[in-house]
Design a protein around this ligand. Structure first.
Ligand code: CTP
Length: 408
C-alpha cells in the first residue's frame, strides 16, 4: 500500500503516455496522492484535463507561469513529494536529465529534486539500444536513478524489441519496492560476472558448461535496483540483457578477465559466472577434420585465469567486497569454505549444481552464504529472491545509510 505517499508523476511525450492515466488510477487506489507535471510533448498525447480529473489536483506544465511560481515554485514541487516517477521517460527526457538540462518544468524539477527518481523508459527499440541512450541510462543509474523496464514486445511503430513502457502494475510494484527499500547503493559501483564462458577448440567447437546466467543477471538487476551503477560482464547466454545496466558480452575466460579489469575501481564484485577452468592449449584456426582410420584427436588443455582470485588479490585496486560462487556437486559447505580461503574472496555463495538440484537453468536456488563469520543456510528461493537478499546484505556491508537519512 502507498497510503499517504506523495508521487510526482512526470508525463513526457510518448504514445505510452496513455498508460500513465491507468498508473494514476492504480496509485490513487493504493492510497497515494499523485500530482502531475506534463511536458509540452506529453500534452500532445494526453490532455491536462484528463490528468487533472484523475489526480484531482491541478496539472503543472509551465515553467514561467506566474501562478505556478507563486503558488508552487518548481523547487517546492520537486521537494513536496516522496518520489518522482517519470513515465513515460522518453529518450529525449533521459538525455536532458543525464546532461543536467533545466529547459522546461519537468527537467528543472528533476534537476532540483533531492528525492528518489524512478524512470519507466518508453521509446522505439533503436532509440533504446542506441549507444547514446545506453550511456545516458548508465549515467543516470550511477546517480541513483532507478529504472523499471522497458519491456520487450511489438511497439507502436510495429518494430519488435525492448522499448515498450512497463505495464502500470509493474510500475506500481517498482514504486512500492523503491519506497520500501530506499536506494542504499546509490553512488556505489558494482561488477557482476554471469553465464558460462566458451573456450574455442576450433572455429566450430568449444568447451563450455550449463550455466544459464539467470542467477548472475538477477544479482546485477538487484544491485541496480538498490541504486548501484552496475557493469554486468556476461558470457554467452540465451536470456535478455537486464535493462539499464552496462552489459559487456564476452566469450572466453580471457575476454571475461579483460572486461572485469576495465571498469577500474568498483565497490563490490560478484563473480557468479561459471568460468571454464581450462581452455584448449592450441585452438585450431580451421575446423578439425576426421581422417579415415585415424584415432580421435586428443585435446591438450591449458588453465584459464581465475577471475575471482585475480580480483580478490588486486592489491590497492581490490573491490571493498568480493563475492564468489561455489558450484559444487558434493561436500558443498566444506568445499565452499576451502574455496573462500584459496581464492581470497570475502564471501562465497555456495550452491549445489548436481543435476538433481536443478540449479543450472532452473528458476530456484538453495544456497549457503559462507563468510569469515561462518556459514548461513538460506531456504530454497527463486533466483531473483536470492539476488535480492544478497544485494541487501551487500548494501548492509557497504554501509547502508541510516533509515532516517534514507527516508528524508
Ligand atoms: N571463477 C573464476 N575464474 C575461474 C574459475 C572460477 O572467476 N577461472 C570463479 C567463479 O565465478 C566462482 C568461483 O570462482 O565465483 C568458484 O567457481 P567454481 O567453478 O565453483 O570453482 P573452481 O574455481 O572452478 O574450482 P573447482 O573446479 O575446483 O570446483
Amino acid at each position: 500500500m502507498l497510503n499517504g505517499k506523495r508521487i510526482l508523476l512526470i508525463v513526457a511525450g510518448g504514445i505510452a503516455a496513455f498508460k500513465s492515466q491507468e498508473l494514476i488510477r492504480l496509485l490513487r487506489k493504493r492510497g497515494a496522492a499523485v500530482r502531475c507535471v506534463l511536458t509540452e510533448a506529453g500534452a500532445e498525447f494526453v490532455t491536462p484535463l484528463s490528468l487533472q480529473a484523475l489526480t484531482e489536483d491541478r496539472v503543472y506544465s509551465d515553467m514561467f507561469s506566474l501562478t505556478d511560481e507563486s503558488e508552487m515554485g518548481h523547487i517546492q514541487l520537486s521537494r513536496d513529494a516522496d518520489l518522482l516517477v517519470v513515465a513515460p521517460a522518453t529518450a529525449n527526457l533521459l538525455a536532458r536529465m543525464a546532461a543536467g538540462l533545466a529547459d522546461d518544468l519537468a527537467s528543472t524539477v528533476l534537476l532540483a529534486t533531492d528525492k528518489p527518481v524512478l524512470a519507466a523508459p518508453a521509446m522505439n527499440v533503436r532509440m533504446w539500444t542506441h549507444a547514446a541512450t545506453a550511456a545516458n541510462v548508465a549515467t543516470l543509474r550511477g546517480r541513483g536513478v532507478a529504472f523499471v523496464g522497458p519491456n520487450e514486445g511489438v511497439m507502436a511503430c510495429n518494430e519488435f524489441g525492448p522499448g515498450r513502457m512497463s505495464e502500470p502494475e509493474e510500475i506500481v510494484a517498482a514504486i512500492e519496492a523503491l519506497l520500501a527499500k530506499g536506494r542504499p547503493l546509490a553512488g556505489k559501483r558494482a561488477l557482476v560476472t554471469s553465464g558460462p564462458t566458451r573456450e574455442a577448440i576450433d572455429p566450430v567447437r568449444y568447451i563450455s558448461n550449463h550455466s544459464s546466467g539467470k542467477q548472475g543477471h538477477a544479482i546485477a538487476t538487484a544491485l541496480a535496483c538498490l541504486g548501484a551503477e552496475v557493469t554486468l560482464v556476461s558470457g554467452p547466454v540465451a536470456i535478455a540483457d537486464p535493462p539499464g545496466l552496462k552489459v559487456v558480452k564476452v566469450e572466453s575466460a580471457d575476454e571475461m578477465l579483460a572486461a572485469c579489469l576495465q571498469p577500474g575501481a568498483v565497490d563490490v564484485a560478484v563473480c557468479a559466472a561459471a568460468v571454464a577452468d581450462w581452455k584448449a592449449a592450441r585452438p585450431a584456426s580451421a575446423k578439425l577434420k576426421k581422417k579415415p582410420g585415424a584415432a580421435p584427436p586428443s585435446l591438450e588443455l591449458a588453465p584459464n585465469p581465475d577471475i575471482l582470485a585475480t580480483l580478490s588479490k588486486a592489491g590497492p585496486k581490490r573491490p571493498k567486497l568480493v563475492v564468489g560462487f561455489a558450484a559444487e556437486t558434493e561436500n558443498l559447505v566444506a568445499n565452499a569454505v576451502d574455496k573462500r580461503r584459496r581464492k581470497g574472496c570475502d564471501w562465497i555463495v555456495a550452491n549445489d549444481v548436481s543435476p538433481a538440484a536443478g540449479t543450472f537453468g532452473g528458476e530456484r536456488n538453495t544456497v549457503h552464504l559462507v563468510s569469515a563469520g561462518g556459514v548461513e543456510e538460506w531456504p530454497t528461493l527463486a533466483k531473483e529472491e536470492v539476488a535480492a537478499r544478497l544485494a541487501d546484505r551487500i548494501a548492509d556491508h557497504l554501509g547502508r545509510p541510516r533509515p532516517a537519512a534514507a527516508a528524508e
